[in-house]
Write a protein of this length. Structure first.
Length: 134
């Protein structure tokens, strides 16, 4: 599945954080978005580890965007939150990943691969700034 709840929550968090004046802690953010704090904390940590968010420690700590919204592309967000590149179909990333080990004779794999390349390109070019405009 391309967009999971984790990906959805990551994007929603980035939208909220883009308009926050100060860093927001995971508890405040989870309340605002009505998301489990523990689940959201894992998402925020993965985004911080990827350099998309900056993590601040201490009493007034929390998370803030570490990059300009124009520099945050959705392929990076989804890949880091999901811990793998987003895939439309299980077999589409490469022939060697075919679950049945029959990609060499599969008539649909070339189509799925072309679709995946187009989606990856779209996500790479779609930035947080684009989402904020809509």
């Amino acid at each position: 599945m391309l967009i999971t709840k984790a990906s959805e929550y990551a994007i929603l968090s980035l939208i909220v954080l883009s308009s926050a004046k100060d860093p927001m802690d995971s508890e405040s953010l989870s309340r605002e978005l009505a998301i489990s704090k523990s689940f959201l904390a894992k998402i925020l940590q993965s985004l911080a580890k990827a350099g998309i968010l900056k993590s601040y420690k201490g009493v007034n700590g929390g998370f803030a965007l570490n990059k300009d919204p124009k520099e945050i592309n959705m392929l990076d967000v989804l890949s880091n939150v999901e811990s793998k590149a987003p895939a439309v179909f299980e077999c589409s990333p490469s022939e060697k990943d075919c679950p049945s080990d029959r990609a060499d004779i599969c008539s649909i794999w070339p189509f799925l691969n072309k679709l995946q390349i187009k989606i990856d390109d779209f996500l790479k070019n779609l930035t947080l700034a684009d989402i904020l405009k809509d």
